[in-house]
Ligand binder design. Structure first.
Ligand code: 13P
Ligand code: SF4
Length: 328
């Protein structure tokens, strides 16, 4: 009797990329889906854009392009693929669609939302405009297309300061993230009218947590996302977008670091820097975690879930995003 051992999977050649964050015992769970996704991408001329908060098996093994919200928007504009799968949340998929009206954009789980995007409606923005006539409205990219359509210009955490300063106004409305608005106001001298939205992941970090980390891990460098409350940002050594945090680690190579942000971010950066000690009091984003290898595969197999935006609204929302991209 001949015993046939199973053919090695192409995914197995990718395991080296993630071996210091995914234990060998967990790998077989991922390998089948990775092989299938690699085939489907070729068959459908598809690309996968993955946000920095996606899990390492997505980020390092099937994604074609990775980055922060700003980088994902820029990459979405440049791709020649017919299909874009957004491994991220709904507003990111909508932004990709706004910039690629002729392409199919898929979000593997329609319920992958964002507490910031949920915190404000288009009607709220119209009301703000009526209450503050003539004051420019900057909307964070973490908003629906309907909110972007009512705003003058968009921003991300990576360019918020540059966008606010580009307006040359003494007073600006910035929505919906109250903490990002206050953090930007602290560095620009512009009077910023904010909204009451918060990121459910970043609002939970506290200065007391930072003090405790510094006591327990001497010399640790603390990096915080600007969606954290201002007292947390003030107690950190650096604040910036997810891409800026990743660049900080790559260029400054601190011996010990903590990233006050979503949990997968440390995993993804740690993969590239095995010599750096990552302290991990992170918080999970339940929306980002809805995206899995299994539903990415399903999205490509069944063409779900297609992002569609009303063309008239898309036209106005696109202007907001394009104005941002023209500045920074
Ligand atoms: P970045 O643009 O910094 O990647 O942030 C996106 C986000 O949702 C942070 O919570
Ligand atoms: Fe939204 Fe916060 Fe999740 Fe980012 S981490 S997608 S801002 S809920």
């Amino acid at each position: 009797m001949t015993i046939h051992s199973p053919a090695p999977k192409r995914a197995d050649a990718l395991y080296d990329r993630v071996r210091n964050v995914i234990p060998p015992v967990e790998w077989p769970v991922f390998a089948d889906d990775i092989d299938a996704i690699l085939d489907l991408k070729r068959q459908r001329n598809a690309v996968i854009l993955a946000h920095n908060y996606q899990t390492p098996e997505i980020f390092h093994c099937v994604a074609d392009l990775v980055g922060d919200s700003l980088a994902l928007a820029r990459m979405a504009m440049k791709t020649k693929a017919d299909v874009i799968v957004l491994a991220g949340v709904h507003f990111m998929a909508e932004t990709a669609k706004l910039l690629n009206p002729g392409k199919t954009v898929l979000l593997p789980d329609r319920a992958a939302g964002c507490s910031l995007a949920e915190s404000i409606t288009a009607e709220d923005v119209r009301l703000l405009r009526r209450n503050y006539p003539g004051v420019p409205i900057v909307c964070y990219v973490n908003t629906s297309a309907a909110v972007k359509a009512e705003s003058d210009i968009c921003c991300t955490s990576g360019n918020a300061k540059a966008i606010v300063e580009s307006l040359g106004a003494n007073r600006v409305i910035m929505l919906p993230d109250e903490y990002l608005a206050r953090n930007v106001a602290a560095t620009t001298g512009v009077d910023i009218i904010s909204w009451k939205g918060h990121c459910e992941v970043h609002e939970r970090f506290t200065p007391a947590e930072i003090r405790e980390i510094r006591e327990n891990y001497p010399g640790v460098v603390v990096l915080a996302h600007p969606e954290c409350p201002p007292d947390v940002v003030a107690a950190a050594d650096f604040n910036g977008s997810t891409a800026a945090m990743s660049d900080y680690v790559s260029t400054r190579k601190p011996a010990r670091v903590v990233l006050l942000t979503e949990c997968s971010m440390s995993d993804n950066v740690a993969v590239q820097h095995p010599q750096i000690e990552f302290i991990r009091p992170c918080n999970l984003c339940p929306h980002m975690k809805r995206i899995t290898l299994a539903n990415i595969r399903h999205a490509l197999e069944t063409n779900q879930h297609v992002i569609g935006i009303d063309p008239a609204m898309a036209e106005r929302a696109r202007r907001s995003v394009e104005r941002m991209l023209a500045v920074s």
